[in-house]
Design a binder for this molecule. Sequence first.
Ligand code: SF4
Length: 282
Amino acid sequence: MHLCEKHLIDDVTRKAKRDLRKYNIPPGTIAIALSGGKDSSALLHLLHTILATNRKIRIIAITIDEGISNYREKTIENAINLTSDLGVEHTIVSFEEAFGRTLDDLIKTSDRPPCSVCGALRKNLLNRTAKQLGASHLAIGHNLDDEAQTILANHLRGDVQRLVRLSHTTRARVQPGLVPRIKPLRHVPESEVTAYTSAVGIRVCPKACPYMGGAYRLGLRTFLNEFEAAHPGTKHGIVRGFDRMIGALSDAYPRATLVPCRVCGEPCTSGLCQACRMLGRG
Ligand code: SF4
C-alpha cells in the first residue's frame, strides 16, 4: 500500500491496538523495554497514544545500559528525550550497577557471542526491574521481521523448546517469577515501524550496535527480505502459521517448570540462571 503520513500512522496504530486487545491486559502498569532504538521508541509512542485516555493502565519505561561504548550513550539520550517529551516515568539501570561490569568488559573474557551474553543479562535485569517497579506486563518492541526471523531460525535449528517459548498465549506467558511479555508490534513490518518513527518525528540513532550480527541472523534477514520482495506476504505467513500451530505444539512440548535461581532469585529451569552462569556465580 502507498499511504500518506496520516493513514500510515492510523494503519500502524490499528495493528498495534489489535494485538494489544488480544493480550487482554487488566488494570495496572505496563513497563516498556525502551532501548532508545526505533522499535522500542515507536512502541512507547504508540502505547502512549493508544492508552492516553485509559486511566486504569499506567505506562512506564525501563532502559538497560549494557555499557556499549560509542553506541548506547546516544540511544539513551534519545530515550531520555522521548520519555521527557511524552511525560512517561523512566528508569535507567546498568549492567555495571547490577552485575559489576559493562558488556564491553564482560565479552573480553567470555567465549560466548556478545549478543548471547547481552541477551541473557538484559532479560534478567529487565524482569527484575519490571517486578521492582510493580509492572504487570513487560512490552517488547519486536516487529514482524524480528518475529518471522526468530520463528524461522528455531525451525531451521529444530529447536522446538525455544519455538514453544515464543508462544504469545496467556497460558504460556504466565510463569512464576516472570513478568509476562507482550509484543504489540509483532504484526507491524520493520519498514512500517521505520516510516512511523519518521512520520511522528521520533529521533533515531543511525548507528547500529557494534556487536550486532552474527552471520546466521544476518543471512536469515537477507533471505527473508529477498523472499518477501519476490513473494509478498511471506513474513506474515510465517507468523500466522506459527500462531495457528502453537496451541498444539505447546500441548506436545510443555514448558519446563521455573524455579528461582539459587544466586539471584530470578526464574530459571535449572536452579542457576543463564545470567549467573555467564557471570561465573554459583
Ligand atoms: Fe546486545 Fe547484541 Fe543487541 Fe548489541 S546487538 S544490544 S550486543 S543483543
